[in-house]
Design a protein around this ligand. Structure first.
Ligand SMILES: [Zn+2]
Length: 272
């Protein structure tokens, strides 16, 4: 998918908040990319300023996660890296510096993935409005350099990421992404009402650990889905002879045995 303008600035007629909607931070996660493209065709911004951003255009074009580096680890103030992603992050941080809010649209590489929100406590009121059943926090600490983590350092800013479901079902999941964009813009009062806010209860999960794969002989004991609840003492995976064992009230997220040695194989969360 070729994108001509990668940063589209829409200005409302009246003063208001400045926000950003990011998609394609990971180029193969298309739900957000399709949604932004669709929303841009008919959105009317009434107040404030909205930046619609195709975050990693080259990766989107090639339908790959990244060119050289995970863009979602490059949003660090002192970033001096030389990869295309580092350069792009420096450009996009300048936009985020102007913003009061960020919505970053992602998708999961796990089949049958449950949509969920990634945010910290200060953005819980915003997280509530979206049609997802799970709100997870704690990511800043275990995975620094993400877009929302960068925004969280800014006082008063609200920011979150939404995982819109399995990346292999982007056509279907773009509906959730699209509705989330409208809900987000409505929350900040930037457009006329179009959609309702979520009314259902959400479950809170705090992520605590990112577990890396240490050997090539790594395998899971089950085909874990995101947020599968683990029984205390249950074996999650083997990494050669090392066993990964579940603790109390834990769940598993982003289980992926096909990662390279040294990369993250799964994440552990605590159910609150
Ligand atoms: Zn992603």
């Amino acid at each position: 998918m070729l994108i001509k303008n990668t940063i589209i600035k829409k200005i409302g007629g009246k003063p208001g908040k400045t926000v950003a909607v990011f998609c394609g931070v990971h180029g193969n996660e298309k739900a957000g990319v399709y949604a932004v493209t669709n929303v841009l065709k008919n959105v009317k911004i009434k107040k404030g300023v909205v930046y619609f951003v195709y975050a990693n255009p080259e990766a989107i074009k090639r339908n790959i996660r990244m060119i050289k580096k995970n863009l979602n680890r490059c949003f660090l103030k002192d970033n001096k890296g030389k990869t295309p992603e580092d350069k792009r992050a420096r450009k996009l941080m300048k936009i985020l510096d102007k913003c009061d809010g960020l919505l970053d649209l992602h998708a999961s590489n796990v089949e049958k993935a449950t949509p969920f929100v990634i945010c910290e406590k200060q953005s819980y009121a915003l997280a509530k409005i979206f049609d997802v059943g799970i709100v997870s926090s704690g990511w800043d600490r275990i995975e620094p350099g993400a877009t929302d983590g960068y925004m969280n350092k800014k006082k008063g800013a609200l920011s979150l990421g939404i995982e819109c479901g399995y990346a292999g079902e982007s056509e279907k999941n773009m509906q959730l992404a699209k509705k989330s964009i409208f809900q987000f813009l409505q929350f900040f009062g930037l457009m006329d009402k179009r959609v309702d806010f979520n009314k259902r209860e959400q479950k809170n999960i705090n992520v605590t650990k990112a577990i890396k794969k240490n050997t090539d002989n790594f395998y899971f004991t089950k085909k874990w889905k995101d947020f599968d609840l683990l029984k205390k003492g249950e074996i999650i995976a083997y990494d050669s002879r090392k066993k990964h064992i579940a603790g109390k009230n834990e769940c598993i997220i982003f289980a992926n045995a096909s990662k390279k040695k040294g990369q993250e194989a799964f994440i552990i969360g605590k159910v609150k």
